[in-house]
Design a protein around this ligand. Structure first.
Ligand code: PEP
Ligand code: MN
Length: 353
């Protein structure tokens, strides 16, 4: 059973450090989570109930409580305030009042293709650019991605347009490269329960976007996030991308109800991907609108200027003009749920590209 040490509001840094040292001495791992009111220190690494030692007696400790959920660090019991991931030197956030809008092609196919799409989504106000460099394809004969060349192209886009970059890592080797070039590491649906990859992502200093597995329950989804958090990386955002059902009018069934379900249990932000969620271009805008209305923290959409020529996911990629229309629509819906749609990214001149 998980344990949580709740510090007093006036606890000092030194007292928090002493509590962490004490937890380490007991053979467990401390996870200090600062809040606006007070800091809580999660304890992991314990089988069964952690020995309380004399934790409760240490200076600055308010109480030691048991957390009943299997996911502890992802739970609101441990951290009641929403997690907001920031991008230093920019106004972009994932999980704040501003919605995070991530747009770009399924795969980076060439420098020309990537720039053509990036320029158009940037002009419509996207703050994040996505593009696959390492593709987890169902068939080994399908396009597997441009790898490092794609990462270099995205880094150029970041410098030229300011957009923050999100791209998928499919194994430890690609993660090493992705964390050097990108701003956010994506872990795809097919790897949601690749526990060694989740642990590696948990040791990275870059934020992680974790997509829901094709048949993952809410608990499994949060436990996957817990793997990343438990290694010390607390910058995790979730992404609903549809699950497999018997329905065949769409590629997957976009489960929008998971958004309020996650928000009730967890402080982690959650985006919605209506592209993989439906697999059909004509259904992307309606579900993007619904995602904002349901309270998602952002949208991830695939955009392609020539989707008929796309090397992956052309049928679900919207045209840049449709992306512009989507932005206008969600901008109007957002205020109803007390959110706003930022238009473009502000990058401080002192921050490198
Ligand atoms: C993707 O975002 O391009 C992707 C492969 O998504 P998923 O892992 O959700 O299938
Ligand atoms: Mn795709």
């Amino acid at each position: 059973m998980a344990m949580l040490v709740v510090m007093k509001a006036q606890a000092t840094e030194a007292e928090i450090a002493a509590v962490c040292a004490h937890i380490e001495q007991l053979g467990y791992k401390p996870h200090p989570m600062p809040g606006t009111q007070r800091t809580a220190v999660g304890i992991t690494g314990n089988q069964g109930e952690a020995e309380r030692g004399n934790l409760e007696e240490l200076p600055g400790v308010a109480e030691v409580i048991r957390v009943s959920k299997p996911y502890k660090l992802a739970s609101r019991d441990v951290k009641s305030e929403n997690t907001v991931i920031t991008f230093p030197g920019t106004d972009a956030v994932i999980g704040g009042t501003s919605l995070a809008v991530v747009a770009g092609p399924c795969s980076i196919e060439s420098r020309e293709q990537a720039f053509a799409i990036a320029e158009q989504v940037a002009a419509s106000g996207a703050q994040f650019f996505r593009g696959g460099a390492f593709k987890p394809r169902t068939s080994p004969y399908a396009f597997q991605g441009m790898g490092l060349d794609a990462l270099r192209i995205m880094a150029e886009i970041r410098s030229a347009l300011g957009l923050r970059i999100i791209t998928e890592a499919i194994d430890n080797e690609s993660l090493e490269m992705v964390e050097q070039y990108a701003d956010v590491i994506q872990i795809g649906a097919r790897n949601m329960q690749n526990f060694s990859l989740l642990k590696r992502a948990g040791r990275s200093r870059k934020p992680v976007l974790l997509k829901r597995g094709m048949s993952a329950t809410l608990d499994e989804f949060l436990m996957a996030a817990e793997y990343i958090l438990s290694e010390g990386n607390y910058q995790v955002a979730l992404c609903e991308r549809g699950v497999r059902t018997f329905a065949d009018h769409t590629r997957n069934t976009l489960d929008l109800s998971i958004v309020p379900a996650v928000q009730r249990l967890s402080h982690l932000p959650i985006l919605v991907d209506p592209s993989h969620g439906t697999g059909k271009r004509n259904k992307v805008l309606p579900l993007a609108r619904a995602a904002v209305a349901v309270g998602a923290d952002g949208i991830l959409v695939e955009v392609h200027h020539q989707p008929e020529k796309a090397l992956s996911d052309g049928p679900q990629s919207i045209y840049p003009e449709q992306f512009a229309e989507m932005m206008d629509q969600i901008e109007q819906i957002a205020p109803i749920v007390h959110r706003r749609v930022p238009r473009g990214i502000q990058v401080a001149a002192t921050v490198e590209g």
